[in-house]
Design a protein. Structure first.
Length: 131
């Protein structure tokens, strides 16, 4: 299997696109500094934790980074809800971004499942060699 670069991972590409869109969306927000900062930071954290997962060696560390990315994605969803409640973003924008985050969360869950299966196969393979 050829080596896959971080930039080729779908979950990384989508998280990066969402960071950019959140930044553009919040560019003109003037008075909700705390909410703006928290929204940008949680969105960035999703992407950063996916990158951290990619650079990790051990499955446990990889899966933990993905769980943090998933948690930050849920936090970003909550921030989008708050931005809408405060009339800082319209409903369509909120719904579109939340839908994309939910898709990203499902993809993160799928990647965690993939890592679990890969880890299990390696453990089984290692046990078979020792028998």
């Amino acid at each position: 299997m050829p080596f896959q670069k971080l930039e080729d991972l779908r979950i990384y590409q989508e998280s990066k696109a969402l960071v950019s869109e959140i930044a553009i969306l919040l560019k003109d927000v003037k008075y909700e500094f705390k909410l703006k900062d928290q929204s940008e930071r949680s969105s960035q954290s999703v992407m950063e934790n996916i990158a951290e997962m990619y650079g990790a060696y051990y499955y446990k560390v990889k899966k933990n980074s993905l769980r943090i990315a998933r948690k930050e994605a849920y936090e970003t969803v909550a921030h989008l809800e708050q931005l809408h409640i405060k009339n800082l973003i319209d409903e369509k924008t909120k719904d579109d971004l939340i839908s994309r985050y939910k898709t990203l969360i499902r993809s993160i869950n799928g990647y965690i499942k993939y890592l679990n299966e890969k880890e299990s196969k390696e453990l089984d393979h290692g046990n078979n060699n020792k028998a």
